[in-house]
Design a protein. Structure first.
Length: 147
């Protein structure tokens, strides 16, 4: 996995040299960074990948910041819970009873990576093999730990 830092001078140079839309990408992990990259490069749009893993609302946060110049309040835990449970249920449904829970482990890790209290829970969650048990464990996490 790439560990360097994005370099925006090349994107800026390309934008200045061509008359087609240019999309900037790389290390855009916050609304402030999105605005900086757009302003610095003159790009027409942004592509955001890894920062949206476990934080799919980053697009809403960026749009709000670009339109209003202010950060949105932190997303309520109840919203994160609903989004995460829906995401995990969709993974189970799409991938099935065997692969779904295995794939869900990675996704749950992305959502909870910034929850300091989640490290022990993630270890426990990663050992769960049944879809319904994963959903029960997540519900319990939000009921008891994340509140």
């Amino acid at each position: 996995m790439y560990k360097g830092e994005a370099e925006y001078d090349s994107i800026k140079a390309v934008k200045e040299a061509v008359s087609i839309p240019v999309i900037a990408n790389g290390d855009i992990d916050s609304p402030e960074k999105a605005k900086y990259v757009l302003d610095y490069t003159g790009a027409d749009a942004l592509m955001i990948g890894r920062p949206a893993q476990g934080r799919p609302w980053i697009f809403e946060e960026i749009q709000h910041y670009l339109e209003n110049g202010t950060l949105m309040p932190e997303r309520p835990t109840s919203d994160v819970q609903g989004i995460l449970l829906g995401h995990v249920q969709a993974l189970h449904q799409f991938y099935g009873e065997f692969l779904g829970p295995r794939i869900a482990r990675k996704h749950v890790g992305w959502y909870l990576k910034e929850h300091e209290q989640a490290s022990e829970f993630r270890r426990t969650f990663n050992a769960i093999e049944a879809a319904n048990e994963q959903l029960d464990a997540l519900q319990g996490y939000f009921d008891n730990v994340a509140s």
